[in-house]
Design a protein around this ligand. Structure first.
Ligand SMILES: [Zn+2]
Ligand SMILES: [Zn+2]
Length: 318
């Protein structure tokens, strides 16, 4: 069953982040342990791993149908959450998700969810301080249709930090230090807005940073601000995402950095895990690490789900 999903061919146990995580993979038997893990959980049919960050054909940068993820996740006993981009500043762009397309998304989600109950529906909502009132109105209008909203900052001055050419332009015009300061200020506003259950890739600004010569000062700024924002999330009851997408970018590690995750765990912060997959292949490739991380966080009592997902699971267990 797992084979149909391609996971056996795709699993690569390469060297992994430090600070506790290597325990799970720097082990000759890791692959067989993992396949047993999947099989055992499949037998009980109760997912114990959660991937709440999957992009589908309703995002401009993915073409994967909801059902394709759901079928594969069901085989791997992973509860998944669809988390397409919602970018209020770019609603006029033709391929971006617009509220006009919500009826189609909701209809498709209902169809898939009725067949695969271990699925949830969220949105990755871009935060912009200058559009805060409109965002609050949007979240209020649509909260009944979605299980959770995750706040995120992808842009400064509407230029994307996640597109290398646009990042280059920002480095030329305002410089690295200001990029980092403005990015973290915007994330702070997103956390304080109380619009979101969680924050996606909290230090996502670092994704392409290694491509640009930076000073040690910028490095200390990144660490300091990420930790402070993690503590702010904890204080405000906002979940922090452990996002795996940084592993495939110049950054080469998770968001936030594993050392910061461990420090925040000690402070009592709570996390959820997102692969940030944009294709079925991404999802399959990241599934082993995703399950390891879920287990790691659960063991540390640092794994939490957005409330509506938690309550629907409790409800279905009754
Ligand atoms: Zn994102
Ligand atoms: Zn995303």
């Amino acid at each position: 069953m797992i084979k149909n999903c391609g996971i056996i061919q795709e699993v690569k146990l390469t060297s992994y982040a430090p600070n506790g995580f290597e325990y799970y993979i720097n082990d000759e038997n890791a692959l067989s342990q993992l396949l047993h893990f999947f099989r055992d959980h499949r037998m009980t049919n109760t997912p114990s791993s959660y991937d709440l960050h999957l992009h589908t054909e309703f995002s401009p940068d993915s073409s994967t149908p909801l059902e394709a993820y759901a079928r594969c996740a069901n085989q791997l006993a992973i509860h998944i959450g669809f988390l397409d981009h919602f970018e209020l500043a770019f609603l006029d762009r033709i391929d971006y998700l617009n509220p006009n397309r919500f009826p189609r998304l909701l209809e498709e989600y209902d169809r898939v969810h009725s067949q695969y109950p271990y699925t949830s529906l969220g949105l990755e909502v871009d935060y912009y301080t200058d559009l805060a009132p409109q965002l609050a109105e949007f979240c209020d209008d649509y909260k009944k249709d979605f299980d959770y909203f995750i706040g995120v900052v992808h842009t400064i001055d509407r230029l994307a930090l996640t597109i290398v050419e646009e990042m280059e332009e920002l480095v030329k015009t305002i410089g690295l230090r200001e990029i980092l300061e403005r990015y973290f200020d915007e994330v702070e506003s997103a956390i304080r807005s109380q619009l979101f259950s969680g924050i996606a890739h909290i230090d996502g600004v670092m994704r392409f940073l290694p491509l640009f010569p930076g000073s040690p000062e910028v490095n200390s700024l990144w660490k300091q601000r990420t930790k402070e924002l993690g503590l702010l999330c904890q204080e405000q009851g906002v979940l922090i995402e452990v996002n795996l997408r940084g592993l495939n970018h110049p950054w080469g590690r998770m968001h936030p950095d594993p050392q910061i995750i461990d420090e925040l765990i000690l402070s009592g912060a709570k996390f959820f895990v997102g692969s940030d997959s944009h294709s079925l292949k991404d999802f399959e490739n990241t599934a082993p690490q995703l399950c390891q991380l879920n287990a790691y966080l659960a063991e540390k009592q640092a794994l939490r789900l957005p409330e509506s997902i938690q309550s629907s699971i409790l409800h279905s267990e009754k």
